[in-house]
Ligand binder design. Structure first.
Ligand SMILES: Cc1cc2nc3c(=O)[nH]c(=O)nc-3n(C[C@H](O)[C@H](O)[C@H](O)COP(=O)(O)OP(=O)(O)OC[C@H]3O[C@@H](n4cnc5c(N)ncnc54)[C@H](O)[C@@H]3O)c2cc1C
Length: 285
């Protein structure tokens, strides 16, 4: 049951076209709902339930995981459990698999979706850093047609995305890691059901003992999930030495500007951001 709802109208479009048509008209547009794990928690906490809700459940275009040699396409309504349990994904996108496996507890993973996590645009969303390090794209749809947005341009501000009010996230187009190594780590208050204090994903390619390519992304160190471009540039071409992780930690602490909030202090987050980056790089040694 939807808490504190008088008579919300829930519409179940049968396909993406119908959903786009509903969202195109302000009179039929509704709040999109996928797994509802974010929205139900907000409504239970007293946020008013909207008059119209458009369900994305069962839209065929939004579900499933498709693989080609150069690209993994994950439908927006794919659940964290489906990502966690897809053995094909583990070697291709290990950071994302680890991130989806760390979202809440198994009940939340069974219902919550990748698209909902991204659209919610929380700086503490677990999957965003893992998506960011792939350098991939978000596919959006509306009656104007499809368009793609690079993931590093998708989160535009605190709880804001580049999607227009009538656009629906269809899928994520993610280049697999190839020969690069990926890591994902999160620091939370406790393992299950914890909103992260801070998390990191890395994708690093090492060739002949030096870093050829590094993508590093963090959550909860800014208003949006971010790529750590200063660290990435600093790492480029560097030999993998014993001292590299600690030196990288210092670069991170100089360049991130986290905030204080009820879950943690900015000072702790800055320190933990450095530690997480150092740990991730140590895993390569
Ligand atoms: C107990 C609990 C624990 C949690 N733990 C974690 C955690 O550890 N880590 C974490 O990251 N999150 C956590 N969450 C938050 C939540 O479960 C995830 O963000 C989840 O992935 C949201 O997906 P959903 O399908 O349930 O989203 P919904 O609640 O259905 O929607 C969330 C938002 O996304 C929009 N939306 C959904 N799908 C689309 C789409 N295809 N296109 C455009 N907009 C869309 C909705 O309109 C809404 O604004 C937790 C939540 C609860 C209740």
């Amino acid at each position: 049951m939807i808490p504190n709802a008088d008579t919300p109208r829930i519409v179940f479009p049968k396909d993406l076209d119908e959903a786009c048509r509903l969202q195109a008209n302000p009179r039929t547009r509704g709040r999109l709902i996928a797994g509802g794990t974010d929205l139900m928690a907000q409504w239970a906490a007293g946020v008013p339930v909207p008059e119209r809700i458009v369900s994305l459940k069962n839209l065929p275009e939004l579900t499933g995981i498709a693989l080609t040699p150069d690209l993994v396409e994950i439908g927006a309504a794919t659940t964290h459990a489906a990502i966690r349990d897809d053995a094909r994904l583990r070697p291709l996108l290990p950071a994302l698999v680890a991130a989806s496996s760390s979202v809440g507890a198994r009940q939340i993973q069974a219902t919550g979706t990748l698209g909902g996590n991204a659209a919610n645009a929380s700086p503490a969303g677990d999957t965003a850093p893992a998506l960011l390090v792939t350098g991939g794209l978000v596919l959006l749809a509306s009656v104007r047609g499809p368009r793609t947005v690079p993931l590093d341009q998708f989160w535009t501000g605190y709880r804001q995305t580049a999607a227009a009010p009538d656009e629906i996230i269809v899928s994520f187009l993610l280049p697999p890691r190839g020969r690069a190594k990926e890591t994902f780590r999160k620091v939370g208050t406790r393992a299950a059901q914890a909103i992260s204090k801070i998390m990191i994903a890395t994708r690093v390619l090492v060739k002949k003992g030096s870093i050829e390519h590094a993508a590093v992304a963090m959550g909860s160190v800014a208003a949006t999930p971010v790529r750590l471009t200063a660290l990435e540039q600093w790492l480029q071409g560097r030999p993998l030495t014993e001292s590299l992780p600690e030196e990288a930690a210092a670069v991170v602490r100089e360049t991130v500007h986290p905030i204080d909030d009820i879950r943690s202090t900015a000072d702790y987050r800055r320190w933990a951001a450095g530690q997480l980056a150092a740990d991730a790089l140590r895993a390569l040694l």
